[in-house]
Design a protein around this ligand. Structure first.
Ligand code: HEC
Ligand code: HEC
Length: 466
């Protein structure tokens, strides 16, 4: 297991100190592609396991190697930022507060992720001392949030009529939102890119959406004066699209591929995907609410030992996800589209892509996560007033509405992929849910589901095993 440990150490130092150092200290630039399975088999294209709070996860690349000299790991701009600055293999290809805090402590807040253009609460923040940086980067350190500022599109149906901004950074024409980095993995199953779908180029493929995303990330996050070349963008997107990341080991249930379990990134990479294939919206094509079937084999296990009990809990959680009745009401982008005031659904009504959990159609929704009632004092609150008395909205993030300019799209977000969850807390667009139990409690309250404590535990154990 010597190779396993040194490569694992590589990933750990990678996640703390950045890539160049980590790789020179840990054995070369594209060696880290051979993992070891539970039974000791060598797996081509698989990174060694990394730890997360509920167990271990792994990355698998269908290209056969994870090439650490790809442009994804190169500084293409002016501020030292790389894609990997905010999308770390060791943090589920997103970033998480414990890792960000470690980076801050190891570099006194000078790692390139701590750049004021969008890492701080306002670009004009004082970042001249360690203490000042601690304050300026508070949202990044506490919740892993990056500042995304977008203009209100010309011809929008709404105007900005109020801003309660703790950072005094608002302008009348651009709205700053604080958002979680979505993982740069499991992208094969996407049909829309970014929380607010702003990289959906009309009639373009996801491949081209991702090229545009990588270009804008280089110009924006990395403050490059010029766009990367087409060859560089294609190389980044080929790299990302080959990556699959998923939980492989659960602290209580052990290997997620034992006894017929089908967790882990290799199984995930083999899931077929056709946009719209399973959707409550595309009734003509049919909809099967049994969206996840990874742990069906565990439903019938018997035994009183703790591993069996943990496996049974995960299997119960999967079943609850597919079958527990949720009376879905007042969700814009859902109830209005289906023209049903109350829709008797389940988690899988929205999270519909089989064994992946994003929406299998490009359908963004407002489930209430951006509402004033959910707002915490560390985030701005914006008031948008719609023309023709069409409503006043108080929200921390206008979501899709800044892409389309439509009032109907205010606070709509894409339904994100539910794989690779355990390594990348906190959750929702603004990191408002510190844990997966907080996510489950949100839904339990929002839709009055009436989950028992055991049902909540089972759902959380299931989500952690994805
Ligand atoms: C400063 C941090 C930062 C850097 C650097 C960065 N990203 Fe991101 N990335 C984010 C954030 C934040 C989001 C979500 C933004 C949103 O939805 O508005 C995101 C979203 C994405 C997504 C969307 C995934 C999805 O499910 O829609 C992809 C893909 C991605 N980034 C790839 C890249 C690539 C490629 C690079 C380098 C060219 C890069 N990122 C650089 C922070 C960063
Ligand atoms: C009416 C549609 C709908 C239903 C029902 C629904 N979700 Fe969601 N889910 C969403 C949307 C939209 C988001 C993104 C919201 C945001 O980030 O603000 C989301 C986000 C999430 C996230 C956060 C993922 C991340 O990357 O941060 C988790 C976890 C999740 N849902 C689990 C569940 C579970 C478990 C259930 C059932 C108890 C459920 N969802 C029911 C639409 C739905």
């Amino acid at each position: 297991m010597g190779g396993y440990c040194s490569v694992r150490a590589g990933l750990l130092c990678l996640s703390v100190a950045g890539l160049g150092l980590a790789l020179s200290g840990c054995g070369g630039s594209s060696h880290s592609t051979t993992g070891t399975t539970q039974n000791g088999q060598q797996q081509s294209g698989q990174l060694p396991a990394s730890a997360d709070p509920s167990g271990q996860f792994q990355t698998f690349s269908t290209s056969g190697t994870v090439n650490f000299s790809n442009e994804f790991f190169q500084s293409l701009g002016s501020n030292g930022r790389k894609c990997v600055s905010c999308h770390l293999p060791g943090e589920g290809w997103s970033v998480s507060p414990p890792g960000i805090q470690a980076r801050f402590n190891n570099t006194s807040g000078t790692d390139p992720i701590f750049t004021p253009n969008d890492g701080s609460t306002c670009p004009t923040d004082d970042v001249s001392t360690v203490a000042a940086r601690q304050t300026a980067y508070s949202l990044l350190l506490n919740k892993g949030l990056i500042r995304i500022a977008r203009p209100i599109p010309g011809g929008a149906e709404f105007t900005l009529t109020g801003a309660s901004d703790p950072y005094n950074c608002s302008t009348s024409t651009a709205i700053a939102m604080f958002r979680r980095p979505l993982p740069a993995t499991d992208l094969k199953f996407e049909n829309t890119i970014m929380w607010d779908s702003r990289e959906d180029l009309f009639a373009q493929t996801i491949f081209n959406d991702l090229k545009s995303q990588a270009k804008n990330a280089t110009l924006g996050h990395a403050q490059s004066a010029a766009a990367p070349t087409d060859a560089q963008l294609t190389s980044i997107v080929n790299f990302e699209l080959a990556l699959f990341n998923a939980q492989t080991v659960d602290n209580a249930a052990g290997s997620l591929t034992d006894q017929g379990g089908r967790g882990g990134p290799q199984n995930l990479s083999q899931e077929p995907f056709t946009p719209g294939a399973n959707s409550v919206f595309a009734l003509g094509f049919g909809f099967n609410p049994d969206v996840f079937n990874l742990y069906i084999a565990w439903e019938s296990l018997s035994g009183t030992d703790s591993v069996t009990q943990a496996r049974l809990s995960i299997a119960r959680g999967e079943k609850l996800f597919n079958t527990k009745l949720i009376n879905i009401d007042s969700v814009r982008g859902f109830n209005d589209v289906l023209n049903q005031v109350i829709f008797p659904g389940t988690c899988s009504s929205c999270h519909s892509t089989p064994n992946v959990g994003n929406s299998s159609t490009n359908q963004s929704m407002n489930i209430g996560t951006a509402d004033a009632t959910r707002r915490t004092p560390d985030l701005p609150l914006y008031t948008l007033t719609c023309a023709n008395n069409a409503g006043i909205f108080q929200i921390d993030d206008p979501g899709l509405a800044l892409t389309t300019g439509k009032c109907a799209d205010i606070a709509k977000f894409k339904v994100p992929v539910l794989r690779d969850l355990a390594p990348r807390a906190p959750y929702f667009h603004d990191g408002q849910a510190a844990t997966l139990l907080d996510v489950v409690n949100f839904y339990n309250n929002r839709f009055q589901i009436g989950l028992t404590i055991q049902e909540k535990t089972d759902l959380v154990n299931f989500l952690n095993s994805l």
